[in-house]
Design a protein around this ligand. Structure first.
Ligand code: FDA
Ligand code: NAD
Length: 423
């Protein structure tokens, strides 16, 4: 089979690949130099909205419906399932995450019809079809994370009778999987659970799905469902590189081939340009483990803001090194957000240490607006805000970046947003 050769190859066609392509175009990539190889049938799109493609600059080879099944980093080639060989000078790994399936936990009947996962656009299309076909039906949402919270709202808006089932004592949202605690405190979660309950969503906590078709729930509860949506987490797609992965600090999760972890003792090992330990191979987006300069730690982030920024940083670094120049290190301020119903929250920074809740967090309040600060070593290191204006969101971002000192948590809780607006 014919071999194709490109100066730059991106494996993966998601958010990071799209933003990398945009940065390549800005940096003046020449026609024919760059290829994106994606197993999806469509060009990279914004996954959060699951909306359609970027307008691709001319001259970028989009090689779609092509899954890379082998990467030979020594000979600088990647090989597709159909046996095509692609040679590269520089490789960017942007394979993102895949969903964790209930069958991975051995749940019975987990592959039955009308059980949906949501990662790629064809899965979204299938779900939309089922929503139309099962009008006003019953939906069970398994998982109390992002997908759980966003999809139960979406199905409720579509007039489904919705139940959410999850194992934790309260709904939550992920940060850096397995590394620091999940984002929602009990106080934050109480608002969303109350709000969802007022919208008619039934929340069944502290239980897991054990089977489909016969029963559901460890406590023997059986729930009827026309549609089941499962959001029980994601895992980085690093299988192509499994021989080269190090398994450090991330529990079940794997680190992608990357430079040794940054530590305060060995800052010269710091790689803030998304280079892996293999020459000419970069990793960006969900798969990349990278040094978080602000906290002096190595982390991995499964969120879109980092997917975009890491891709841009890697491409800038590639062009700079070709021109013998250097660029600033990646200095990422964690930023996560979500929207459901008429709610919208943003979070910046780190959720470590003690937390205080401020504002009006009564679910039934028509003027709800509330937030939380996290305080570590006498400094505010993280801030969450529901229903903030753009200026207020900017203010909490600044707090998380500046990390101002606080002497009294009670005073901080009483000041609430006023504290952020003074920074
Ligand atoms: P991404 O998963 O986007 O792309 C990976 C690409 O690689 C895919 O096209 C895949 O098919 C391809 N691929 C994988 N293996 C391959 C192989 N071997 N060969 C060829 N191609 C291969 N975040 C956030 O901050 N706010 C939000 O509101 C949301 N909302 C949201 C909604 C939904 C439904 C999902 C699934 C996710 C989000 N996210 C989010 C998370 C965010 O979308 C995610 O962090 C980024 O998409 C990660 O970008 P990547 O490019 O790393 O992976
Ligand atoms: P998540 O990690 O946010 O949530 C997983 C949830 O699964 C946990 O909260 C837990 O409640 C639940 N769970 C685990 N095992 C279970 C079991 N056996 N039975 C029932 N529940 C179980 O993951 P997700 O919501 O599936 O999201 C997948 C990926 O997509 C993540 O990378 C996430 O960051 C990303 N995403 C992000 C956003 C956003 O940032 N707004 C939105 C959608 C998806």
């Amino acid at each position: 089979m014919a071999e194709k050769s490109f100066k730059y190859v991106i494996v993966g066609g998601g958010v990071a690949a799209g933003y990398a392509a945009r940065e390549f175009a800005k940096q003046g990539v020449k026609p024919g130099e760059l290829a994106i190889i994606s197993k999806e049938a469509v060009a990279p799109y914004e996954r959060p909205a699951l909306s359609k493609a970027y307008l691709f600059p001319e001259g970028i080879s989009l090689i779609l419906s092509t899954e890379i099944v082998k990467a030979d980093l020594a000979s600088k080639t990647v090989i597709s399932a159909a046996g095509e060989t692609f040679k590269y000078q520089i490789l960017i790994i942007a394979t993102g995450s895949t969903v964790i399936r209930l069958s991975d936990f051995g749940v019975q009947g987990a592959d039955a019809k009308n059980i949906f996962y949501l990662r790629e656009i064809d899965e979204a299309d299938e779900l939309v079809k089922a929503i139309k076909a099962k009008k006003n039906g019953k939906a069970v949402i398994v998982g109390g994370g992002y997908i759980g919270l966003e999809l139960s709202a979406a199905l409720r808006i579509n007039n489904f009778d919705v139940s959410m089932v999850f194992p934790e004592p309260w709904c939550t949202a992920n940060m850096y999987v397995f590394i620091v605690p999940r984002l929602f405190t009990a106080g934050i979660a109480a608002f969303y659970e109350g709000y969802y309950a007022n919208k008619g969503i039934k929340i069944i906590k502290g239980t897991v799905a054990v089977g489909f078709g016969t029963e559901m729930g460890k406590d023997g509860t059986v729930l009827e469902a026309d549609i089941v949506v499962v959001g029980v987490g994601g895992k980085p797609l690093t299988t192509l590189f499994k021989d080269r992965l190090t398994r450090k600090r991330v529990g079940l999760r794997q680190m992608v081939i990357t430079k040794p972890a940054y530590t305060k003792k060995s800052p010269n090992r710091f790689d803030a340009f998304f280079k892996t330990s293999v020459p000419d191979v970069y990793a960006v987006g969900d798969v990349a483990t990278f040094p978080m300069k602000l906290y002096g730690e190595t982390r991995r982030v499964e969120h879109v803001d980092h997917a975009r920024k890491s891709a841009e940083q890697a491409v800038k670094a590639i062009f700079a090194s070709e021109q013998g120049k250097s660029i600033s290190e990646y200095d990422y301020l964690p930023y996560f957000y979500s929207r459901s119903f008429d709610l919208s929250w943003q979070f910046y920074g780190d959720n470590v240490g003690e937390s205080v809740l401020f504002g009006d967090s009564r679910p039934e309040s028509p003027t709800h607006k509330f937030g939380s600060y996290w305080i570590k070593d006498g400094k505010v290191v993280g801030a969450f805000l529901e229903s903030g204006t753009p200026e207020e969101n900017k203010a909490i971002a600044k707090v998380a970046r500046v990390q101002p000192p606080v002497s009294s948590l009670d005073q901080l809780a009483a000041e609430g947003l006023t504290f952020a607006s003074k920074i």
